[in-house]
Design a protein around this ligand. Structure first.
Ligand code: NAD
Length: 491
């Protein structure tokens, strides 16, 4: 599908206006499906980040500014932003789909919907969450415990779900009264132009949200900027480690949502007949470019052949094609580099002796960064394809002999982000789920719910987003010991 006119911008959204960049570099974006140039924006520089942080800082420090608004006024502004986002959501989904290869049907179900859902959810929490509590002190007297916004946030997001993952940060930080400099990934910058317009339309005060796209150096500059009070990062574990190290030195609060290699654990009483769609979204959603997917499928040896048939059949039947085609279930990888990486893992899987049950060959699509959905059988959990995050449509099916062995395999991973248990016995599923070392896990499906805290253990991250817990991450606590006694005079 051709992409009509180029989407071009020459400015950044800083301080509520479109401002000229300090540098002259540009980020060019190509369609993942056709490889055609679809648009470009200025490439952010450290000086642009400086300007954006200054705008966020002055919005944060304004005594009459966003932080001083009543919860009701902030919530109403967030709901206006949700409405403005909704009005643009069709175009936002289209741009994301072109840029990162997300099938348009999935972009319309998730990227077009989740951000405004989160803005409305956190607007509700802003209204409902008390920020001041008076307590009786143990030593006598009264104490005020107050929650205040943590300050200017440096938010760095990846390209796989660029708007939802931005909203994981934006919605709670706005509810808390913070301001932000957001750095989108260079792969997905065109959708952020629409978000900026929605922010203007909604009347969010100038400087509360600032957006500067750029690469990792610009991200690193944002992380260590003296004007930033907290860092919220979603991306790879490698980048997360270096950001955590820098934040450690600076003693700067940081939330890290990182990589995963989750397990989809098929128990011996699983029923696949009713679960096909859920299996797909728990293991292959967004072309496998999703952090929480259960890419290690653990199958009981008693039903191993059947599980291979289910997954082999699923992969073979998937409609692979242009991401903008509404019938497409698997689109291309987001970039040529990503395709190369995934193909490298497929080659490695073969070299290490895993058996290909579906896919495994170069794609026959004429253009675009496509990879065949690939299912490997007879994988040992110690093999590279079972231990490293591939971030493509590649699953490893690993046999096990007992529930205890399945649990040991599930937990034998550097990561701990998502996962799923497949069983007809809900209680058995929950009991099993509790023993998996992971931040979240689903029974017979997997999709993060806005009301539930989401995040990882081990190398999958630090802290939680979503739920009421996600709001607390943007609040600081101050205790005020009230004057003791009625006179309140100093001795
Ligand atoms: P990436 O780490 O290369 O980049 C993510 C973002 O961080 C980009 O905006 C990039 O420019 C920036 N960045 C990279 N290095 C940086 C540094 N040292 N300092 C500051 N900024 C830096 O990751 P990616 O390839 O864009 O995204 C895919 C990864 O993200 C996968 O590992 C995936 O699992 C992870 N991810 C995690 C979650 C989650 O919620 N846990 C969600 C989606 C994606």
């Amino acid at each position: 599908m051709s992409t009509q006119t180029l989407i071009e911008s020459n400015e950044f959204f800083i301080g509520g206006e479109w401002v000229a960049p300090k540098g002259s570099g540009r980020i060019e974006v190509h369609s993942a499906s056709t490889e055609e140039l679809i648009g470009s924006v200025p490439d952010g520089t450290p000086e642009d980040i400086d300007a954006a942080v200054a705008a966020a800082r002055s919005a944060m420090d304004d005594p009459q500014g966003w932080r001083s608004w009543s919860a009701e006024d902030r919530a109403a502004a967030m709901e206006r932003l949700a409405d403005a986002f909704d009005a643009r959501s069709g175009e936002i989904a289209r741009r994301i789909s072109m840029q990162n290869g997300m099938p348009i049907a999935i972009a319309q179900q998730l990227e077009a919907v989740f951000p405004s859902l989160l803005l409305r959810y956190y607007a509700g929490l802003a209204r409902a969450t008390p920020l001041r509590e008076e307590r009786d002190g143990i030593l006598g007297g009264k104490i005020l415990v107050e929650k205040t916004p943590v300050g200017v946030v440096g938010a760095i997001v990846p390209w796989n779900f660029p708007q939802s993952l931005a909203a994981f940060k934006l919605a709670p930080l706005l509810a808390a009264g913070c301001t932000v400099v957001m750095k989108p990934s260079p792969e997905t910058v065109l959708d952020s132009l629409e978000l900026a317009e929605a922010i203007r339309e909604a009347g969010i005060p100038d400087g509360v949200i600032n957006i500067v796209p750029g690469g990792r150096e610009v991200g690193a500059h944002l992380v260590e900027h003296p004007g930033v009070d907290k860092v919220a990062f979603t991306g790879s574990t490698a980048a997360g480690r270096s950001i955590a190290a820098r934040c450690g030195e600076l003693l700067r609060p940081v939330t890290l949502e990182l990589g995963g290699k989750s397990a989809a654990i098929v128990l011996d009483d699983a029923d696949f007949a009713t679960a096909a769609e859920n299996l797909f979204s728990a293991t292959l959603l967004n072309n496998g470019q999703t952090c929480f997917l259960g890419t290690r499928v653990l199958a009981p040896r008693s039903r191993y052949d059947e599980v291979l048939q289910v997954f082999g059949g699923l992969a073979d039947a998937l409609q692979v094609g242009d991401a903008l085609d509404p019938a497409t279930q698997i689109g291309p990888m987001a970039s040529a580099r990503q395709r190369e990486r995934v193909e490298g893992y497929i080659a490695k899987g073969k070299a290490e002796g895993a058996r290909v049950v579906a896919g495994g060959n170069p794609s026959d699509q004429e253009r675009g960064w496509f990879v065949q959905p690939t299912i490997f059988a007879d994988v040992e959990n110690s093999q590279t394809i079972a231990q490293e995050e591939i971030f493509g449509p590649v699953l490893s099916v690993i046999p096990y002999d007992s529930d205890e062995e399945a649990l040991a395999i599930a937990n034998d991973s550097e990561f701990g982000l998502g996962g799923s248990v497949w069983t007809t016995d809900q209680e058995r599923g929950e009991a099993f789920a509790r023993r998996v070392q992971t931040g979240s896990i689903g029974i017979n499906h997997y999709l993060p719910d806005p009301a539930a805290p989401f995040g990882g253990v081990k190398a999958s991250g630090l802290g939680r987003e979503l739920g009421p817990e996600g709001l607390q991450a943007y609040l600081s606590t101050q205790s005020i010991y009230k004057t003791q006694g009625s006179a309140g005079a100093a001795p």
